[in-house]
Write a protein that binds this ligand. Sequence first.
Ligand SMILES: Nc1nc2c(c(=O)[nH]1)N[C@H]1C(S)=C(S)[C@@H](COP(=O)(O)O)O[C@H]1N2
Ligand SMILES: [Mo]
Length: 203
Amino acid sequence: MFENSTERKTREREMKAAGRLPPGQALTLKWPVLHEGTVPEFDPAIWNFEISGLVEKPVRLTWADFTSLPMRPVTADMHCVTRWSRFDNRWEGVPFTEVAKLAGIKPAARYVMVHAEQGYTSNVPLADLLRPQTLFALRHDGAALSPEHGFPLRLVVPHLYAWKSVKWVRGIEFLAADAPGFWESNGYHIYGDPFKEQRMTAD
Ligand SMILES: Nc1nc2c(c(=O)[nH]1)N[C@H]1C(S)=C(S)[C@@H](COP(=O)(O)O)O[C@H]1N2
Ligand SMILES: [Mo]
């Protein structure tokens, strides 16, 4: 993963000097694939996206509904807890705020459980998802997402470790209290700030 090329080392030094390489991370020019389980099939006729929990109006979107929402580009870095960082990813997709407003967030909502295919989940505080850089991405570096990177849709939360950037995302559930998702229940940190090295929960 950590190629020994001069280009990689040069770019790593640059990112470190710019304060963009979190502690304990190494820069990769490749794009590793990392997930639990298998790559799911996508059928646009049956795919849907559910907005549930503490909302004014629960919503179920079809693929046609979702792809008619406003989209925008976001360029962001990606940090995996297994110690690779990939810089300047050019994502395109629907901002989290555009999706959330369809259902209306109730004032009591403070956290979100993000749901994906095959039962994968991850929890993120609502305030983090409301940041303008949080996106439901359909495209990466000028091309449609590939199946192994989350096609047709993945969440991107660039300022947290990438296990929160849920691939094959199928819904968001608004909650009053925080609750651990898949990796968070298996020892990973409940929040996961890469610049604070919040990798695992302290014993
Ligand atoms: N649905 C789902 N999303 C997931 C995962 C997963 O196992 N299932 N793994 C996470 C982890 S740990 C990382 S590092 C990133 C990796 O994204 P990539 O494979 O596109 O590099 O996806 C995240 N999203
Ligand atoms: Mo990861």
